[in-house]
Design a protein around this ligand. Sequence first.
Ligand code: GAL
Length: 440
Amino acid sequence: MASRWTRRRFLQGAGTATGAALLSGAAAEFLAACGGTSPPATTSGAGSGNLEIFSWWTGPGEKDGLAAMVQIFQKQFPKVNYQNSAVSGGAGSNAKAVLATRMQANNPPDSFQVHAGQELIGQWVKAGKMTSVTSIWNDLGLDKVMPKGLKNIVSSNGEVWSIPVDIHRGNVVWYVSKAMGSQSPPTTFNDFVMLLDKFKAGGMQYPLALGTLGNWQQTMWFENGILANGGADYYNKLFSGKGSFTDSKVTETLNEMKTLLTYSNPNTSSMDWSDAAGLMVNGSAAVTIMGDWAKGYFTALTPAWTPNQEFGQFLYPGTKGSYVIICDTFGVPKGAKDAANAAAWVKVSGSKEGQAAFNPKKGSIPARTDVSKSGFDPISQAFMDEFPKDTIIPSVAHGSAAPPNFVTAIENTLGVFITDKDVNKAATQMESASKEFLAS
Ligand code: GAL
Protein backbone atom coordinates (compact mmCIF):
# COMPACT_ATOMS: atom_id res chain seq x y z
CA MET A 1 0.00 0.00 0.00
CA ALA A 2 1.28 3.44 -0.84
CA SER A 3 2.46 5.12 2.30
CA ARG A 4 1.06 8.55 2.97
CA TRP A 5 3.24 11.62 2.64
CA THR A 6 2.94 12.44 6.27
CA ARG A 7 3.96 15.85 7.48
CA ARG A 8 7.17 14.35 8.82
CA ARG A 9 8.04 12.87 5.44
CA PHE A 10 7.15 16.20 3.88
CA LEU A 11 10.04 17.63 5.87
CA GLN A 12 12.39 15.06 4.46
CA GLY A 13 11.23 15.57 0.91
CA ALA A 14 10.52 19.24 0.73
CA GLY A 15 12.62 21.05 3.24
CA THR A 16 15.87 19.25 3.46
CA ALA A 17 16.27 17.30 0.24
CA THR A 18 19.81 17.66 -0.92
CA GLY A 19 19.16 18.96 -4.42
CA ALA A 20 21.48 21.90 -4.92
CA ALA A 21 19.80 25.22 -5.43
CA LEU A 22 21.97 28.19 -6.14
CA LEU A 23 25.04 27.04 -4.30
CA SER A 24 26.92 23.79 -4.34
CA GLY A 25 26.62 21.56 -1.27
CA ALA A 26 29.75 22.36 0.71
CA ALA A 27 29.57 26.14 0.28
CA ALA A 28 25.86 26.13 1.04
CA GLU A 29 26.28 24.04 4.17
CA PHE A 30 29.00 26.36 5.40
CA LEU A 31 26.90 29.44 4.84
CA ALA A 32 23.89 27.79 6.42
CA ALA A 33 25.93 27.08 9.50
CA CYS A 34 26.96 30.75 9.57
CA GLY A 35 23.32 31.73 9.15
CA GLY A 36 22.46 30.32 12.54
CA THR A 37 24.84 32.69 14.29
CA SER A 38 23.47 35.98 12.90
CA PRO A 39 21.24 38.01 15.25
CA PRO A 40 17.65 36.79 15.13
CA ALA A 41 14.82 38.99 13.86
CA THR A 42 13.33 41.20 16.55
CA THR A 43 10.37 43.56 16.59
CA SER A 44 12.09 45.76 19.12
CA GLY A 45 12.23 49.30 17.72
CA ALA A 46 9.44 48.73 15.19
CA GLY A 47 7.02 51.57 14.49
CA SER A 48 8.83 54.26 12.52
CA GLY A 49 10.48 54.48 9.12
CA ASN A 50 9.50 52.23 6.24
CA LEU A 51 8.32 48.74 5.45
CA GLU A 52 8.91 47.39 1.98
CA ILE A 53 7.00 44.19 1.17
CA PHE A 54 7.91 42.23 -1.93
CA SER A 55 5.53 39.73 -3.55
CA TRP A 56 3.91 38.87 -6.88
CA TRP A 57 0.42 39.51 -5.62
CA THR A 58 -0.95 41.96 -8.14
CA GLY A 59 -4.03 40.07 -9.40
CA PRO A 60 -7.61 40.33 -8.17
CA GLY A 61 -8.03 38.43 -4.90
CA GLU A 62 -4.34 38.09 -4.11
CA LYS A 63 -3.72 41.83 -3.99
CA ASP A 64 -6.84 42.22 -1.85
CA GLY A 65 -5.60 39.59 0.60
CA LEU A 66 -2.30 41.42 0.90
CA ALA A 67 -4.07 44.76 1.39
CA ALA A 68 -6.24 43.30 4.16
CA MET A 69 -3.16 42.18 6.06
CA VAL A 70 -1.37 45.48 5.46
CA GLN A 71 -4.37 47.25 6.97
CA ILE A 72 -3.90 45.28 10.19
CA PHE A 73 -0.21 46.14 10.25
CA GLN A 74 -0.98 49.80 9.69
CA LYS A 75 -3.47 49.85 12.55
CA GLN A 76 -0.73 48.59 14.84
CA PHE A 77 2.02 50.76 13.35
CA PRO A 78 0.34 53.87 11.91
CA LYS A 79 3.60 55.81 11.56
CA VAL A 80 5.32 53.27 9.34
CA ASN A 81 5.45 54.17 5.67
CA TYR A 82 4.34 51.07 3.74
CA GLN A 83 5.75 50.38 0.33
CA ASN A 84 4.24 47.67 -1.87
CA SER A 85 6.95 46.37 -4.22
CA ALA A 86 4.89 43.64 -5.87
CA VAL A 87 6.13 42.52 -9.29
CA SER A 88 3.38 41.06 -11.47
CA GLY A 89 3.60 37.62 -13.07
CA GLY A 90 1.92 34.51 -11.68
CA ALA A 91 3.94 32.12 -9.53
CA GLY A 92 6.65 34.77 -9.27
CA SER A 93 7.65 34.27 -12.91
CA ASN A 94 9.12 37.80 -12.97
CA ALA A 95 9.38 38.55 -9.26
CA LYS A 96 11.77 35.73 -8.44
CA ALA A 97 14.41 37.04 -10.85
CA VAL A 98 14.06 40.57 -9.49
CA LEU A 99 14.38 39.26 -5.95
CA ALA A 100 17.47 37.19 -6.82
CA THR A 101 19.18 40.27 -8.27
CA ARG A 102 18.38 42.31 -5.17
CA MET A 103 19.49 39.57 -2.79
CA GLN A 104 22.71 39.16 -4.74
CA ALA A 105 23.37 42.89 -4.47
CA ASN A 106 22.64 42.86 -0.72
CA ASN A 107 19.70 45.13 -1.33
CA PRO A 108 16.84 42.96 -0.10
CA PRO A 109 13.27 44.14 0.46
CA ASP A 110 12.33 44.24 4.14
CA SER A 111 10.27 41.08 3.80
CA PHE A 112 9.32 38.92 0.83
CA GLN A 113 6.90 36.20 -0.17
CA VAL A 114 8.66 32.86 -0.41
CA HIS A 115 7.40 29.27 -0.68
CA ALA A 116 8.09 26.92 2.19
CA GLY A 117 10.44 24.06 1.39
CA GLN A 118 13.20 24.10 -1.20
CA GLU A 119 12.62 27.66 -2.40
CA LEU A 120 13.23 28.98 1.12
CA ILE A 121 15.62 26.45 2.64
CA GLY A 122 17.52 25.16 -0.39
CA GLN A 123 17.90 28.63 -1.81
CA TRP A 124 17.96 31.51 0.65
CA VAL A 125 18.70 29.82 3.96
CA LYS A 126 21.50 27.69 2.56
CA ALA A 127 23.03 30.79 1.04
CA GLY A 128 23.01 32.40 4.48
CA LYS A 129 20.64 35.15 3.35
CA MET A 130 17.92 34.89 5.99
CA THR A 131 17.51 35.91 9.64
CA SER A 132 16.11 33.45 12.15
CA VAL A 133 12.48 34.08 13.10
CA THR A 134 12.39 31.35 15.76
CA SER A 135 11.64 33.86 18.51
CA ILE A 136 8.67 35.26 16.54
CA TRP A 137 7.42 31.71 16.04
CA ASN A 138 7.67 31.12 19.78
CA ASP A 139 6.11 34.49 20.73
CA LEU A 140 3.12 33.63 18.57
CA GLY A 141 2.89 30.20 20.21
CA LEU A 142 2.82 28.60 16.77
CA ASP A 143 3.88 25.15 18.00
CA LYS A 144 0.34 24.83 19.35
CA VAL A 145 -1.52 26.01 16.27
CA MET A 146 0.57 25.20 13.20
CA PRO A 147 1.04 21.67 11.87
CA LYS A 148 4.45 20.32 12.78
CA GLY A 149 5.06 19.46 9.13
CA LEU A 150 4.79 23.13 8.25
CA LYS A 151 7.28 24.09 10.91
CA ASN A 152 9.63 21.46 9.55
CA ILE A 153 9.65 22.84 6.04
CA VAL A 154 10.46 26.37 7.16
CA SER A 155 13.20 25.15 9.50
CA SER A 156 16.78 23.99 9.32
CA ASN A 157 19.64 23.79 11.81
CA GLY A 158 17.10 24.05 14.63
CA GLU A 159 15.94 27.52 13.55
CA VAL A 160 12.75 28.72 11.90
CA TRP A 161 13.41 30.94 8.87
CA SER A 162 9.98 32.15 7.77
CA ILE A 163 6.36 32.04 8.92
CA PRO A 164 3.66 30.36 6.78
CA VAL A 165 0.67 32.59 6.09
CA ASP A 166 -1.47 30.32 3.88
CA ILE A 167 -2.04 26.90 2.39
CA HIS A 168 -3.12 26.90 -1.24
CA ARG A 169 -4.37 23.80 -3.02
CA GLY A 170 -3.01 23.06 -6.48
CA ASN A 171 -4.97 19.98 -7.59
CA VAL A 172 -8.20 21.79 -8.38
CA VAL A 173 -10.27 22.27 -11.53
CA TRP A 174 -12.60 25.29 -11.49
CA TYR A 175 -15.75 25.33 -13.58
CA VAL A 176 -18.43 27.78 -14.66
CA SER A 177 -21.71 26.52 -13.18
CA LYS A 178 -23.80 27.64 -16.14
CA ALA A 179 -21.67 25.54 -18.50
CA MET A 180 -21.42 22.59 -16.15
CA GLY A 181 -25.17 22.36 -15.56
CA SER A 182 -26.12 19.19 -13.70
CA GLN A 183 -23.25 17.07 -15.01
CA SER A 184 -21.33 15.15 -12.37
CA PRO A 185 -17.73 16.12 -11.80
CA PRO A 186 -15.34 13.73 -13.55
CA THR A 187 -13.29 11.38 -11.39
CA THR A 188 -11.09 9.86 -14.09
CA PHE A 189 -9.10 11.37 -16.91
CA ASN A 190 -11.40 9.77 -19.47
CA ASP A 191 -14.45 11.29 -17.79
CA PHE A 192 -12.68 14.65 -17.86
CA VAL A 193 -12.13 14.34 -21.61
CA MET A 194 -15.76 13.35 -22.08
CA LEU A 195 -16.83 16.44 -20.19
CA LEU A 196 -14.58 18.62 -22.37
CA ASP A 197 -16.12 16.95 -25.42
CA LYS A 198 -19.57 17.89 -24.19
CA PHE A 199 -18.57 21.51 -23.80
CA LYS A 200 -17.18 21.40 -27.31
CA ALA A 201 -20.31 19.78 -28.70
CA GLY A 202 -22.27 22.58 -27.04
CA GLY A 203 -20.40 25.09 -29.22
CA MET A 204 -17.49 26.09 -26.98
CA GLN A 205 -14.40 25.77 -29.14
CA TYR A 206 -11.79 25.99 -26.37
CA PRO A 207 -13.42 24.91 -23.11
CA LEU A 208 -10.19 24.47 -21.08
CA ALA A 209 -8.69 27.87 -20.27
CA LEU A 210 -4.91 28.02 -20.18
CA GLY A 211 -2.28 30.75 -19.97
CA THR A 212 1.30 29.58 -20.30
CA LEU A 213 3.17 32.79 -19.51
CA GLY A 214 6.15 31.69 -17.43
CA ASN A 215 5.47 28.00 -18.20
CA TRP A 216 4.40 27.18 -14.66
CA GLN A 217 0.75 26.43 -15.40
CA GLN A 218 1.47 23.42 -17.57
CA THR A 219 3.89 22.35 -14.84
CA MET A 220 0.86 22.23 -12.53
CA TRP A 221 -0.94 20.10 -15.11
CA PHE A 222 2.08 17.83 -15.17
CA GLU A 223 2.39 17.43 -11.40
CA ASN A 224 -1.35 16.77 -11.05
CA GLY A 225 -1.14 14.16 -13.81
CA ILE A 226 1.86 12.45 -12.20
CA LEU A 227 0.00 12.31 -8.89
CA ALA A 228 -3.14 10.94 -10.55
CA ASN A 229 -1.30 8.31 -12.56
CA GLY A 230 1.36 7.28 -10.09
CA GLY A 231 0.06 8.14 -6.62
CA ALA A 232 1.83 9.90 -3.75
CA ASP A 233 4.81 7.58 -3.35
CA TYR A 234 5.54 7.60 -7.05
CA TYR A 235 5.31 11.41 -7.11
CA ASN A 236 7.64 11.78 -4.16
CA LYS A 237 10.20 9.41 -5.59
CA LEU A 238 10.10 10.92 -9.05
CA PHE A 239 10.60 14.48 -7.83
CA SER A 240 13.38 13.58 -5.44
CA GLY A 241 15.52 11.88 -8.07
CA LYS A 242 14.59 8.33 -7.15
CA GLY A 243 12.40 7.63 -10.16
CA SER A 244 12.75 7.84 -13.92
CA PHE A 245 11.19 10.46 -16.16
CA THR A 246 11.28 8.06 -19.08
CA ASP A 247 8.90 5.76 -17.19
CA SER A 248 5.54 4.96 -18.78
CA LYS A 249 3.58 6.89 -16.14
CA VAL A 250 5.45 10.03 -17.10
CA THR A 251 4.89 9.50 -20.83
CA GLU A 252 1.24 8.67 -20.11
CA THR A 253 0.95 12.00 -18.28
CA LEU A 254 2.58 13.86 -21.15
CA ASN A 255 0.22 12.18 -23.61
CA GLU A 256 -2.73 13.25 -21.47
CA MET A 257 -1.41 16.80 -21.52
CA LYS A 258 -1.29 16.57 -25.30
CA THR A 259 -4.95 15.58 -25.25
CA LEU A 260 -5.87 18.43 -22.90
CA LEU A 261 -4.08 20.91 -25.14
CA THR A 262 -6.50 20.10 -27.96
CA TYR A 263 -9.24 21.67 -25.80
CA SER A 264 -7.27 24.78 -24.82
CA ASN A 265 -7.31 28.25 -26.23
CA PRO A 266 -4.50 29.09 -28.67
CA ASN A 267 -2.08 31.98 -28.07
CA THR A 268 -1.56 31.04 -24.45
CA SER A 269 2.00 32.27 -24.17
CA SER A 270 1.13 35.87 -23.40
CA MET A 271 -1.59 34.95 -20.92
CA ASP A 272 -1.22 34.72 -17.16
CA TRP A 273 -3.45 32.58 -14.92
CA SER A 274 -5.85 35.46 -14.32
CA ASP A 275 -6.23 36.02 -18.09
CA ALA A 276 -7.15 32.33 -18.38
CA ALA A 277 -9.68 32.69 -15.56
CA GLY A 278 -11.01 35.73 -17.43
CA LEU A 279 -11.88 33.46 -20.39
CA MET A 280 -14.30 31.69 -18.08
CA VAL A 281 -15.81 34.96 -16.96
CA ASN A 282 -16.40 36.12 -20.54
CA GLY A 283 -18.02 32.82 -21.41
CA SER A 284 -15.45 31.49 -23.87
CA ALA A 285 -14.16 28.72 -21.58
CA ALA A 286 -15.77 26.44 -19.01
CA VAL A 287 -12.90 25.12 -16.87
CA THR A 288 -9.35 25.86 -15.77
CA ILE A 289 -6.82 23.78 -13.82
CA MET A 290 -5.48 26.14 -11.20
CA GLY A 291 -4.64 26.68 -7.54
CA ASP A 292 -7.31 28.14 -5.30
CA TRP A 293 -6.02 31.67 -5.78
CA ALA A 294 -8.39 31.37 -8.77
CA LYS A 295 -11.21 31.35 -6.23
CA GLY A 296 -9.78 34.60 -4.86
CA TYR A 297 -9.96 35.97 -8.41
CA PHE A 298 -13.60 34.97 -8.99
CA THR A 299 -14.77 36.29 -5.64
CA ALA A 300 -13.02 39.64 -6.27
CA LEU A 301 -14.88 40.25 -9.54
CA THR A 302 -17.39 43.06 -9.87
CA PRO A 303 -20.03 41.79 -9.55
CA ALA A 304 -18.45 39.04 -7.48
CA TRP A 305 -18.90 35.38 -8.32
CA THR A 306 -20.08 33.33 -5.36
CA PRO A 307 -18.45 29.95 -4.74
CA ASN A 308 -20.83 27.06 -5.54
CA GLN A 309 -23.13 29.46 -7.34
CA GLU A 310 -21.59 31.06 -10.43
CA PHE A 311 -18.60 28.73 -10.18
CA GLY A 312 -17.55 25.51 -8.50
CA GLN A 313 -14.66 23.08 -8.34
CA PHE A 314 -13.71 19.45 -8.49
CA LEU A 315 -10.36 17.90 -7.70
CA TYR A 316 -8.07 17.06 -10.58
CA PRO A 317 -9.41 13.62 -11.61
CA GLY A 318 -7.58 10.84 -9.81
CA THR A 319 -6.20 13.02 -7.00
CA LYS A 320 -8.98 12.81 -4.41
CA GLY A 321 -7.53 12.32 -0.93
CA SER A 322 -4.41 14.31 -1.84
CA TYR A 323 -3.76 17.94 -1.03
CA VAL A 324 -1.15 19.45 -3.35
CA ILE A 325 0.06 22.29 -1.19
CA ILE A 326 1.52 25.64 -2.08
CA CYS A 327 2.55 27.43 1.09
CA ASP A 328 3.40 31.14 1.06
CA THR A 329 5.54 32.43 3.89
CA PHE A 330 7.25 35.66 4.95
CA GLY A 331 10.69 36.00 6.46
CA VAL A 332 13.26 38.68 7.21
CA PRO A 333 16.31 38.70 4.93
CA LYS A 334 19.70 39.65 6.29
CA GLY A 335 20.44 43.28 5.55
CA ALA A 336 16.78 44.35 5.58
CA LYS A 337 16.84 48.14 6.02
CA ASP A 338 13.81 48.13 8.28
CA ALA A 339 14.37 44.81 10.00
CA ALA A 340 12.29 45.57 13.11
CA ASN A 341 9.30 46.60 11.01
CA ALA A 342 9.85 43.51 8.87
CA ALA A 343 9.81 41.33 11.99
CA ALA A 344 6.58 43.04 13.05
CA TRP A 345 5.12 42.33 9.58
CA VAL A 346 6.09 38.67 9.82
CA LYS A 347 4.40 38.57 13.21
CA VAL A 348 1.17 40.00 11.77
CA SER A 349 1.29 37.47 8.92
CA GLY A 350 1.56 34.66 11.45
CA SER A 351 -1.14 36.03 13.72
CA LYS A 352 -4.70 34.74 13.92
CA GLU A 353 -6.07 38.14 12.98
CA GLY A 354 -3.70 38.50 10.02
CA GLN A 355 -4.52 35.06 8.64
CA ALA A 356 -8.26 35.54 9.20
CA ALA A 357 -8.11 38.74 7.13
CA PHE A 358 -5.78 37.51 4.40
CA ASN A 359 -6.92 34.01 3.49
CA PRO A 360 -10.63 34.49 2.68
CA LYS A 361 -9.67 37.06 0.06
CA LYS A 362 -6.64 35.15 -1.20
CA GLY A 363 -8.64 31.95 -1.77
CA SER A 364 -6.38 29.87 0.49
CA ILE A 365 -6.92 28.33 3.90
CA PRO A 366 -4.93 29.59 6.90
CA ALA A 367 -1.68 27.91 7.86
CA ARG A 368 -2.88 28.21 11.48
CA THR A 369 -5.43 25.64 12.56
CA ASP A 370 -7.19 27.89 15.08
CA VAL A 371 -8.74 30.41 12.67
CA SER A 372 -12.53 30.23 12.73
CA LYS A 373 -14.08 28.65 9.64
CA SER A 374 -16.97 31.06 9.81
CA GLY A 375 -15.17 33.74 7.80
CA PHE A 376 -14.61 31.35 4.88
CA ASP A 377 -16.66 30.27 1.87
CA PRO A 378 -17.95 26.68 1.67
CA ILE A 379 -15.15 25.53 -0.65
CA SER A 380 -12.45 26.71 1.76
CA GLN A 381 -14.41 25.24 4.65
CA ALA A 382 -14.41 21.86 2.93
CA PHE A 383 -10.69 22.21 2.19
CA MET A 384 -10.06 23.10 5.86
CA ASP A 385 -11.73 19.81 6.79
CA GLU A 386 -9.79 17.81 4.23
CA PHE A 387 -6.33 19.28 4.81
CA PRO A 388 -5.62 17.47 8.10
CA LYS A 389 -6.85 14.15 6.70
CA ASP A 390 -5.47 14.18 3.18
CA THR A 391 -2.07 13.09 1.94
CA ILE A 392 0.06 16.20 1.72
CA ILE A 393 1.84 16.61 -1.61
CA PRO A 394 4.35 19.46 -1.97
CA SER A 395 4.04 21.30 -5.28
CA VAL A 396 6.95 21.20 -7.70
CA ALA A 397 5.66 24.06 -9.83
CA HIS A 398 5.54 26.31 -6.76
CA GLY A 399 8.94 25.61 -5.32
CA SER A 400 8.34 23.31 -2.36
CA ALA A 401 9.22 19.85 -3.62
CA ALA A 402 12.29 20.43 -5.76
CA PRO A 403 15.13 22.93 -6.07
CA PRO A 404 14.64 26.02 -8.27
CA ASN A 405 17.11 24.94 -10.96
CA PHE A 406 15.17 21.70 -11.50
CA VAL A 407 11.85 23.57 -11.57
CA THR A 408 13.22 25.97 -14.18
CA ALA A 409 14.49 23.05 -16.28
CA ILE A 410 11.12 21.29 -16.37
CA GLU A 411 9.29 24.56 -16.97
CA ASN A 412 11.53 25.16 -19.98
CA THR A 413 10.91 21.65 -21.27
CA LEU A 414 7.16 21.95 -20.84
CA GLY A 415 7.30 25.41 -22.42
CA VAL A 416 8.53 23.82 -25.65
CA PHE A 417 6.33 20.74 -25.20
CA ILE A 418 3.09 22.65 -25.49
CA THR A 419 4.13 23.63 -29.01
CA ASP A 420 6.08 20.64 -30.35
CA LYS A 421 4.15 18.03 -28.29
CA ASP A 422 7.13 15.67 -28.49
CA VAL A 423 6.57 13.28 -25.59
CA ASN A 424 9.83 11.37 -25.83
CA LYS A 425 11.94 14.47 -26.16
CA ALA A 426 10.27 16.06 -23.10
CA ALA A 427 10.68 12.88 -21.04
CA THR A 428 14.36 12.56 -21.97
CA GLN A 429 15.06 16.21 -21.15
CA MET A 430 13.34 15.92 -17.78
CA GLU A 431 15.32 12.79 -17.03
CA SER A 432 18.59 14.70 -17.68
CA ALA A 433 17.38 17.53 -15.44
CA SER A 434 16.58 14.98 -12.74
CA LYS A 435 20.07 13.49 -12.97
CA GLU A 436 21.66 16.93 -12.87
CA PHE A 437 19.60 18.65 -10.19
CA LEU A 438 17.82 16.09 -7.98
CA ALA A 439 19.41 14.06 -5.26
CA SER A 440 19.43 10.34 -5.92
C1 GAL B 1 1.88 30.99 -6.31
C2 GAL B 1 1.67 31.66 -4.98
C3 GAL B 1 0.25 32.00 -4.80
C4 GAL B 1 -0.29 32.77 -5.99
C5 GAL B 1 0.09 32.10 -7.30
C6 GAL B 1 -0.29 32.87 -8.54
O1 GAL B 1 3.23 30.70 -6.51
O2 GAL B 1 2.08 30.80 -3.95
O3 GAL B 1 0.12 32.75 -3.62
O4 GAL B 1 0.15 34.05 -5.94
O5 GAL B 1 1.45 31.82 -7.35
O6 GAL B 1 0.53 33.95 -8.75
